[in-house]
Design a protein around this ligand. Structure first.
Ligand code: KG4
Ligand code: ZN
Length: 337
């Protein structure tokens, strides 16, 4: 069984082909970073237009690389939300139309569920139940995963998502777009001790997050500094330390509360090296296991969409029941259960 996966929820066009026996046969990610860079952030209309241009050639290229013809595909999964409505519409319309033409089932997938399940694509995969820390540009979620589709949200961001905080702080330091990875890069040159930023909400009980105050903290620190390159690097480092420490503190708390032994970390911020190192230390300390999908499956990709689609289409017997457009720009994850 082969499932084609399509991801167009934001500023990456991605296509993947998943095979039930062999795993991911081929996948491709095209980032629109250069298109949006002059504007300092994602311009939704430009994102949609770019997806239109890239999607068809990318599907052809991925099928070609996998040496699979269109008629060998058994189902199509596309990201139905959350995301930019125009961008989502490109992938969903394409997926549904192609599925209709080939007379095969299609399914709209929840983008964050895709991130959550990406770790299961790896050879060394966790087994249910496990904890998941989802840290992307739009979401920060701590989830108890009992099994496929059984998700209990233990904590979430009350304001900016972790990735959003990275992006906004990078922007005010003048780092441009795509910002999170640039800030992480700069942080490597920064002092770990010069500035100490707060670890928000760690003094209070509970598993929710709040990162928006950190960008104000960063801005104030920057305004009071001599605004040199080293100042920026030191602020980037202090910010990164604060976010990653906070995430680790909350994960430790979640382990204590649930008694679970496995943690999946996924979403774009999961690509952060400092976070990966700290989580590894936590794992050794608490005798728990942490699982990170490989870098290319951490940030937006279609492998996770193809795989999630496979689990539901093939194993759970779910599929789109109409041709009607069903994208959901806002789609709370707890409604999946
Ligand atoms: O999961 P993702 O690719 O897209 C969304 O679903 O949002 O996550 C993108 C987010 C952005 O906010 C970006 O700044 C952040 O992930 N990000 C990083 C790193 N690479 C990407 N944040 C911190 N460190 C990184 N190395
Ligand atoms: Zn994402």
């Amino acid at each position: 069984m082969k499932i084609l996966g399509i991801e167009t929820s934001c500023d990456e066009t991605a296509v993947a082909l998943y095979d039930a026996e062999k795993g991911i046969l081929a996948h491709d990610i095209y980032t629109q970073a250069a298109t949006h860079a002059p504007f300092g952030g994602v311009v939704p209309e430009l994102a949609s237009r770019d997806h239109i241009q890239k999607l068809l050639p990318m599907v052809k290229a991925v099928l070609g690389r996998a040496n699979v013809s269109l008629h060998d595909i058994d189902g199509i999964a596309y990201t139905a939300g959350p995301g930019l409505i125009g961008a989502l519409l490109i992938g969903s319309t394409f997926g549904k139309a192609l599925g209709y033409a080939l007379n095969i089932p299609t399914l709209g997938v929840h983008h964050m569920e895709g991130h959550l399940l990406a770790a299961l694509l790896e050879e060394d995969a966790p087994s249910y139940p496990f904890l998941a820390l989802l840290v992307s540009g739009g979401h920060t979620l701590l989830v108890k995963v009992a099994s496929l589709g059984q998700y209990q949200i233990l904590g979430e961001s009350l304001d900016d998502a972790a990735g959003e905080a990275f992006d906004k702080t990078a922007k005010l330091l003048g780092l441009g777009y795509p910002a999170g990875a640039k800030l992480a890069q700069l942080a490597k040159k920064g002092s770990p001790t010069r500035f100490k930023f707060p670890r928000p909400l760690t003094q209070k009980p509970g598993l929710d997050f709040s990162f928006s105050g950190l960008k104000t903290y960063a801005l104030n620190t920057y305004t009071e500094s001599s605004k040199g390159e080293q100042d920026k690097a030191d602020i980037a480092r202090a910010f990164e330390e604060a976010v990653t420490d906070t995430l680790v503190i909350k994960c430790k708390r979640a382990f204590k509360m649930t008694g679970l032994k496995h943690l999946v970390i996924a979403g774009g911020v999961g690509a952060n090296e400092s976070l990966r190192q700290k989580m590894a230390v936590m794992g050794a300390e608490l005798k728990v296991r942490t699982y990170f999908p490989r870098f290319e499956y951490c940030t937006d990709n279609a492998a996770m969409i193809a795989y999630t689609g496979y689990l539901y289409l093939a194993l759970a017997g779910k599929k789109d029941d109409t041709l009607a457009i069903n994208v959901r720009p806002r789609w709370a994850m707890d409604t999946l259960t």
